[in-house]
Design a protein around this ligand. Structure first.
Ligand SMILES: [Zn+2]
Length: 66
């Protein structure tokens, strides 16, 4: 179990599903952390500038595909 260094929220990260260098975001406080090591999981806070976010994901919740 990994907790957010900022707000202690359980980030629910499975060390088998992440890689070193991956960026995870805390859903609670919005902070981004880079995974430095995965065994055990260690997080480092990431400065905003270095992050590229693709927020282009479609969020179609209409459910109308007919
Ligand atoms: Zn947090």
């Amino acid at each position: 179990m990994v907790n957010c260094p900022e707000c202690e929220t359980d980030l629910d990260i499975d060390e088998e599903e992440v890689d070193e260098g991956e960026i995870v975001s805390c859903p609670e406080c919005g902070s981004d952390f880079e995974i430095i090591t995965i065994n055990p999981i260690e997080l480092k806070e990431v400065e905003d500038e270095a992050i590229e976010e693709d927020d282009d994901e479609e969020e179609a919740e209409d459910g109308d595909y007919s």
